[in-house]
Design a protein around this ligand. Structure first.
Ligand SMILES: [Zn+2]
Length: 430
């Protein structure tokens, strides 16, 4: 981390200097002389929340405490603090999260809420003992940031129509899949808000509840008191809901309960961590859900990831180059008369000189057809199921890899960003 700015206190704060791409703080703004651990923490957290960082990482290394922030999905070094000041800072955060300050050998998890700019954010603090001391990962959950509409997520017009058709069904199973941090919660909340018309009882089981949704009963897993996913799902079913959202299907009991509920007149939205829709169906069956009941209830699956969006203030259009040959396979998905606009961001103060500002979802939306259902029931391989789903019964659907390429062709992101963010790009797609 030789490029990190040293945060050693000095008698006079140094003059502000230009910050590196992606950096939130300069040395003067981060830790000037005379600030105690509490003041430094408030500076770090305030700027991180205002810049919409998703996590802050405080990690002890040989040379001191490293401060990093995850911005638009990318971990970005912010600076290194002397070990003694770093220790006071980590102790302060542990106290805030009601953790045992004296315990430095075992992992600990805690949380606290924090008021900033007239709103409240939840901070989830996880402490891991490492070779050089503790590593703190602080996840920032903004309870009011979940209010995005389906239309604003990055779905293509065709995908939006497919998703709307899926949630119009009164019962059945909709899988939402993607890695941690792929934006699944935002999509699920957009779907639930669309369903919350006052005539449906909607209950969610989440770990943790990330956003507060009006008109929806949100239950939170609490393993410390034995309240895990299977236990909560059993209780939820006794409440006779119309719609259930299960934040995570990772065990056989939850997988079976999800499929049972979806076969008994309820609409179930369930989350898995698979990277594409075929793998999501496969993982549900691998956990022990019966293929026949999965097939019978399945309405469709939505896979997604997030890619950084080009900064609107410094984007320049590129000439047609050899690179664009890579994108030839997806030109047919452009609307009639739509011209490709491959672009790149030059970097400016609005995007912290990275060329990107915010992120946009890249989606794969596959609806269940009769042919797909009989393949799943018959125990076909994940690849066969996936190929059939993508063929869409005669109306081909965008794979997640092609959806990424289409976003680049539309000037929303870049091929370089896709290579970093969409793992399916490497295994084909078009
Ligand atoms: Zn910019």
């Amino acid at each position: 981390m030789s490029t990190a700015i040293a945060l050693r206190p000095s008698a006079a704060p140094p003059a502000p200097r230009p910050v590196a791409p992606g950096q939130l703080f300069d040395a003067a703004g981060f830790a000037p002389a005379g600030l105690d651990a509490k003041d430094i923490w408030e500076r770090i957290a305030t700027i991180a929340v205002r810049e919409q960082a998703s996590d802050i990482h405080l990690t002890n290394h040989r040379d001191g405490l490293h401060v990093d922030a995850r911005l638009d999905g990318r971990l970005t070094p912010q600076g290194v603090m002397p070990a003694d000041l770093g220790q006071r800072l980590t102790n302060h955060v542990k106290v805030l999260a009601r953790l045992d300050v004296g315990e430095r050998r075992r992992p600990q998890d805690g949380h606290c809420t924090w008021a900033i700019d007239e709103r409240t954010v939840d901070l989830r603090v996880s402490v891991l003992p490492t070779l050089h001391g503790e590593a703190l990962a602080i996840r920032i959950l903004d309870r009011e940031a979940g209010a995005r509409e389906l239309e604003d997520l990055g779905l293509t017009d065709g995908q939006l129509r497919d998703v709307q058709a899926m949630i119009e069904s009164p019962s059945g199973l909709i899988l939402v899949t993607g890695a941690t941090g792929a934006g699944k919660s935002t999509t699920l909340y957009a779907l639930l808000r669309r369903l919350a018309d006052g005539h449906r009882k909607i209950i969610t089981v989440e770990n943790p509840v990330e956003y507060d949704l009006p008109g929806i009963d949100q239950a939170q897993v609490n393993r410390k008191i034995g309240l895990d996913f299977p236990t909560l799902v059993r209780s939820v079913l006794r409440q006779d809901p119309n719609v259930i959202m299960i934040g995570e299907v990772r065990d056989g009991e939850t997988a079976a309960a999800v499929v049972r509920a979806a076969n008994s007149g309820r609409l179930v939205l369930a989350t898995t961590h698979a990277v594409h829709c075929g793998a999501a169906i496969e993982s549900l069956i691998a956990l022990g859900a019966h293929p026949h009941f999965v097939a019978r209830s399945l309405r469709g699956a939505i896979a997604q990831t997030l890619v950084r969006r080009l900064c609107p203030y410094c984007t320049v259009r590129l000439e047609e180059t050899a690179d664009m040959k890579l994108l030839d396979g997806v030109r047919r998905w452009l609307a009639a008369g739509e011209q490709p606009v491959l672009s790149l961001g030059r970097g400016c103060p609005h995007c912290r000189h990275t060329g990107y500002r915010g992120r946009v979802g890249v989606f794969e939306v596959l609806s269940a057809t009769d042919e797909l259902r009989s393949l799943i029931s018959g125990g076909a391989s994940a690849r066969e199921v996936y190929n059939c789903a993508v063929a869409g019964g005669g109306t081909p659907r965008l794979t997640i890899a092609d959806a990424g390429k289409l976003a680049a062709l539309r000037g929303l992101t870049t091929i370089e960003e896709l290579m970093l963010s969409v793992s399916e790009i490497w295994t084909g797609g078009s």
